[in-house]
Write a protein of this length. Structure first.
Length: 41
């Protein structure tokens, strides 16, 4: 039972980390891409 709980917690932690990373990185990334397209056009 315990390894299952630990596995579930690990998955939750990974999901949480990915969500936080996405919220931090993606707007910056889209901003950079927008700047790039604006420069190119």
């Amino acid at each position: 039972m315990f390894p299952l709980v630990r596995y579930g917690f690990g998955v939750f932690l990974l999901l949480f980390y990915t969500t936080v990373w996405a919220q931090v990185e993606i707007p910056d990334l889209t901003h950079r891409v927008t700047d790039l397209t604006a420069t190119l056009s």
